[in-house]
Design a protein around this ligand. Structure first.
Ligand code: COA
Length: 159
């Protein structure tokens, strides 16, 4: 029995995130998809409640996945929830420095390992800033986000 925690800002949840959630859910008994705050990112496109609703909708067919929200430090939350390991995804070498630092800190402070799944090659171009730019220009987003999220993003930019 193992519990894994997959944290992210999920603003919005993308096809890349969903691929990682599906693959990670097969590697543990329980996967805690954890909406977290990244202090390096600007004003979110969607509120916490909106993102939680999206994630719950998108994972409703995955029986061992639970969607939760973390307010404090991720490492404290992972310990509180008794997570055995953290899951993160690497898209390219540009993700490496940040992820290496975070995983080293989490191992040092909380004695917790991070398991990295490589992004699917069809998803490596996905970035939240690109999704916003395309939506702003009225472009379709189905190569980037699941259908219900596309509708929500397009609505957000049409108001
Ligand atoms: N394929 C394609 N794209 C992917 C992907 C995949 N498999 N996995 C992630 N992405 C993209 C996302 O769309 C996003 O794009 P962007 O950088 O253009 O926005 C990016 O990769 C990473 O976003 P995400 O995985 O949602 O989370 P994050 O990098 O914002 O990380 C934390 C959030 C909280 C996990 C991280 O900041 C952290 O560990 N911080 C430590 C401080 C802390 O404890 N904070 C928590 C408070 S609860």
């Amino acid at each position: 029995m193992s519990t894994a925690m997959y944290p992210g800002t999920f603003d919005p949840p993308s096809l890349g995130h969903m691929d990682i959630i599906r693959r990670a859910s097969k590697l543990c008994s329980k996967l805690l998809v954890t909406l977290a705050h990244n202090s390096g990112k600007n004003t979110p496109l969607f509120s916490i409640n909106e993102r939680l609703s999206f994630l719950k909708l998108l994972t409703q067919d995955l029986r061992n996945v639970e969607v939760i929200h973390c307010e404090g430090l991720l490492i404290d939350f992972a310990q509180e929830k008794k997570a055995d390991f953290i899951v993160r995804s690497l898209r390219s070498i540009s993700d490496y420095d940040f992820e290496f630092e975070m995983s080293s800190a989490n191992r040092k402070i909380g004695n917790i390992e991070t398991l990295f799944l490589m992004a699917d090659p069809s998803h490596v171009h996905i970035r939240s800033s690109l999704i916003r730019e395309l939506a702003h220009s009225g472009k379709r987003l189905l190569e980037y986000v699941p259908e219900p999220i596309e509708e929500a993003v397009r609505r957000r930019f049409s108001t």
